[in-house]
Each structure stands twice: as structure tokens, then as C-alpha cells.
Design a protein around this ligand. Sequence first.
Ligand SMILES: C[S@@+](CC[C@H](N)C(=O)[O-])C[C@H]1O[C@@H](n2cnc3c(N)ncnc32)[C@H](O)[C@@H]1O
Length: 401
Amino acid sequence: MAAERARLGAQPLPRAVEEALRAVPREAFLPGLPLTEAYDPHQAVVTRRDEERGVALSSVSAPTIVATMLERADLRPGHRVLEVGSGGYNAALIRRLVGVDGQVVSIDIDPEVVTRAERCLKSIGVDDVHLAVGDGAHGFAARAPFDRIIVTAGAWDLPPAWEQQLAEDGVLVVPMRIRGLTRCLTLRRAPEEGCWEAVAVDMCGFVRMRGRDEHWEAMPCLHDEDGCQVALRLEDGPEVEEKALREALACEPVTVWSNVEVGAEEPTDSQDLYLASVADRWAQLTAERGAIKAGLVSPISRLGTPALISAEGTGFAYRTLRRCPGRADRWEFGAVGHGPHARATAEHLAHLIGEWDRDHRRGPGPRITLFPATTPDDRLPGGRVVDKRHTRTVLTWTITP
Ligand SMILES: C[S@@+](CC[C@H](N)C(=O)[O-])C[C@H]1O[C@@H](n2cnc3c(N)ncnc32)[C@H](O)[C@@H]1O
């Protein structure tokens, strides 16, 4: 893990977190799995799956994100912690960090996950994590207040219970979907502004939160041949006409290059957030392997490539990459447009990529604040406002010279 963080340019882990990671045997939560797989730093191991939908329901989270979230939570001996989403491994680590004077409650919506977690915790002699079955969107009032709430499922909104059950100076660590992009937000209250402020924003991927606050984006399918599916994910995005977009995919594409280059190892997650912030008609393209192989689309990622719907709603453009001539380690971003206004839509996307490169690439990323849903517009800072059931999330970008 230390070598992995050094490679990513991250600071060494706090000593207490490293000590906990060394002490808790991850393999006890993944019986039967080879150690190399159990300790793969980036690999979450799926333990329950919804076969019909083809989505993971539960997993033992990847070591790198577990470590990052523990670091962000800044756990201290004696803390009272609520973990939303169980598995046992993370709870055992938290237990170790808060010590005998602390308290850990871990709640999962799935009774089988709780039974499994209990069994695994017992196998390493941990019997004082309070495991509960229930919808974590309601928190766990019986043991509140908590000094820390650590959510280990992908949330779409901030339920009021978390606010009510978190101590005044508490920290909430939560993977949150914002316009379809999941980022792990470390949130603290900013009482003078009446909002939550993200004091850290980390890349992550998590299984979706189910239950009361479950949320699914619209996913118009553009090509539905088995193994070759192409779809657009529209998180609070524009209304579209599926038929027109299907026809657009069948049209000859137009590719526009941006002159913005990137190194193979350079993180560009802030570009995705920037595009999601500034594009009104924002979407993400998903594609199965077969669709890419067959040359239907050429996105950067199969699971969610930044895309725009054209102003007329009859076409779209998505981001692509090409290797820079003569440079094995450099790539150039481009945009592939489809539909009657393919070139204009692709040019618009390439232009936004250029803006990100010029003004934000070397910057700290956006300021992310979350306000109660009742907050009027004139009390919000400038930026992209994303409205949800309980909150108004604002992404504010400041130009970096
Ligand atoms: C990634 S797993 C948790 C990983 C775990 N913390 C570990 O130690 O590796 C996410 C869990 O969240 C649970 N979950 C989903 N929606 C939930 C909800 N509304 N309340 C509580 N748990 C939920 C799932 O059942 C799943 O077990």
C-alpha cells in the first residue's frame, strides 16, 4: 500500500491507519480467495450480486479506498462511529482505530451481509461491533450522536438523519453521485454559511445505496444488440428522444481533436467534474465491449465517458482519446459527434476540454458545498447547482492562473 501511494504521489498514510491495516487480516473477510487477490490494492471483491440486473449489491471494498476513507475520517480513540454498509472488514479497522473506549455501529440493508459480517468478525475475535439490519438512510438513532459517519455505499443524496445524528463538529465521509460521477466527499459543517463543505474530494466507485433514497438515472439505449449495448446515462440531464439518438448513433461520426494532451498516468478526474459542471446537456456514454470492438463507438471508458446531448436533442458527442504521433506515452483528447449537428456538438465538447486545460487543469478542483433543499437561489454561491430531494449541491470553479 505504501508503494502504491508513493506511485500515485499521495502522502504516506497516517501511522494509526497503517497500523490498523497491518493488524486486521483482510483474508478473514474473503475466505477462500487467494491472498494476491484479497490484497490487490484496487480490487473490490463482490460478495453479492443481482444477477437479473447484472449489478453488484455488496462487496468488500478495495484496500486503497478503505485506507483513504479512514484517513479522511480522522478517527481518534474514543470516537463513536456509524458505518453505513457493512462487510466486516472496514468495521474491524474502525474498531481498531477508535479503541476500547470508542463505539462502532455498522448497519446494512441486507440481512445476509450482516450475518456474513458477523461471522467474519467473530473469526478474528471481534465481538464488540454493533451490527444492525436496516436502511442506513435513517441512520441509527438509538446510538447517536456519532463523531463520524462513514458511508460505504454510493449515495445520491444526504438524508436528514445523517445531519441530525452527527455531532456538531463531526465528519461525514460519503461516496456521492453528482451528475452521475461518484466522488468520495469528506464533509464538515460550515455553520456560518448554513451548508456542508467538502474538505476533500477523492475518486471512488461503490455499489449503489438501496432503500428509501435509492436513485437510478435515465438510461436511453442507443443500441441494444446483446453484448454490444450502447446507452447514455442522464443524471438530471435533458429530456431526449430515444429514437432520434438511436438514429444518430447509426450516422457517420465526426471527430474533432482538442489539442489537449495527457500523460498515461496523469489523473484527469477533475476534467470529468468540470464537464459535468459546465455542460447543461450533460450525459455519460456507456458501452459494452462488443460495441467498441465492432467500432460502433470509441469512448475512453466503457462505464461512463463524458458526453453532451446536442442543443436540438437529436444527437450527441462523447470524449475519446488518440495516441500522439511518435509519443508512446502521450494522448490527445477528442470528441466524437453523432447526429445532424455532429460537428457542432463535438466542437463544443472539445472546446470545453480546452477550457478545462487552460483554466483548471492545474487547480485544486471545484469547491463543493451542499445546502438544504429549501435554500433560495440568492443564498447559494455561484456555480452549477444540482438539485436533489434533500440537498442542493453547488460546484464552484475558480480560474487558476
Ligand atoms: C461496498 S459494500 C460495504 C463494504 C464494507 N463496508 C466493507 O467493510 O468492505 C456496500 C454495502 O452497502 C449496503 N447498502 C446498500 N444500501 C444500503 C442502505 N440503504 N443502508 C445500509 N446499507 C446499504 C449493501 O448491502 C452493501 O453490503
